[in-house]
Design a protein around this ligand. Structure first.
Ligand code: HSE
Length: 313
């Protein structure tokens, strides 16, 4: 491997509606890139953070202690790096505070790129704790439901109690994910702090049934069971009011044949799962509903087995 490498890491749908903090799905077609270059000077630095427009990013810091990418690379370098340093350049493709795993994508891409500069790179799955170190800085909690799918691709079960273990789950045949990003921002750390601390036995039993049923339905491509179980009765009701287009977009998606609809991560993005053949129309219907309440938006259609992070050169 040479002394410079670029890695791509996809955006992701945290929680996938049913599995708060423990289930995540990679999204194809949108992600962050990080270039890493070995330097003679020791330490991890961030030379540049640029947005999709190619301009220096207006909000993200190049201070290595305040950037998820450098924090992830530093954690890896602390354990395995040599006397050299690493200079990072971050190219953001995932909108900030979008519920699309923006900070996770940068952290994962940085860990994958820096890993490739090691004499003996670690297996991809072993990078999870390093990417998580970066993600933790941004989101204020230890949850892997964005980092794990961004790293591994597809749908990943990654509850905190099992970390760093995670399980890539089977995805159903013929089902796509549609993600709508309204031009709003939700701060994940704030959104997490305002969640209720206690829940009833009834709520717990109901959500547990949905989670187990959904995972089983995905494994057997049972479309009917997916539509019965892709529900969040605990977190969505507490968060959806912060997303003014949520009800309109959800209704439009359900009318358009969605198997289930919920917030992506802490929002404001909204995702739906649907049969492949209705996905493009569903994306259009969700966009129309969002614009109908006066909010500009963008959408993506992705297979459920989207590839995870990878080196590009
Ligand atoms: N599981 C996290 C949350 C993900 O919902 O707060 C944020 O993308």
């Amino acid at each position: 491997m040479g002394d410079k490498v670029t890695a791509f890491a996809p955006a992701s749908i945290g929680n996938v509606g049913v599995g708060f903090d423990m289930l995540g799905l990679a999204l194809a077609g949108v992600g962050d890139r990080v270039s890493a270059r070995k330097t003679d000077a020791p330490g991890i630095s961030v030379a540049d953070v640029r947005g999709l427009d190619g301009e220096p990013h207006p909000y993200l810091s190049t201070d290595p202690d305040h950037n998820t990418a450098s924090i992830a690379a530093q954690a890896l370098w602390n354990d395995y790096g040599d006397r050299h340093g690493v200079e990072l350049k971050v190219y953001k493709g995932v909108p900030l505070q979008s519920g699309m795993g923006s900070s996770a994508a940068s952290a994962v891409a940085a860990a994958v790129a820096a890993n490739q500069l090691l004499r003996t790179p670690l297996p991809t799955a072993s990078l999870l704790p390093y990417a998580l170190a970066g993600e933790k800085f941004a989101s204020g909690g230890l949850h892997a439901d964005n980092v794990a799918p961004s790293l591994m691709g597809g749908m990943v079960f990654c509850p905190q109690v099992l970390l760093p273990e995670m399980v890539r789950l089977p995805v159903p045949n013929g089902v796509s994910a549609v993600l709508l990003h309204p031009e709003l921002q939700v701060n994940t750390a704030h959104a997490r702090r305002s969640l209720a601390r206690g829940y009833s036995m009834e709520q717990w039993l109901e959500q547990q049934a949905y989670f187990g049923g959904f995972v089983a339905a995905c494994a057997s491509s049972d479309i009917q069971l997916i539509s019965k179980t892709l529900k969040d009765v605990i977190i969505e009701p507490q968060r959806s009011a912060a997303v003014p287009c949520f009800e309109a977009v959800k209704e439009a998606a359900e009318r358009g044949g969605a198997l289930g609809v919920s917030l992506s991560g802490s929002g404001p993005s909204i995702f739906a799962l649907c049969k492949d053949n209705v996905a493009s129309n569903l994306a259009v219907a969700m966009e129309q509903a969002c614009r109908g309440v006066g909010i500009e938006c963008q959408s993506w259609v992705s297979p459920m087995d989207a590839p995870g992070a990878h080196v590009e050169n």
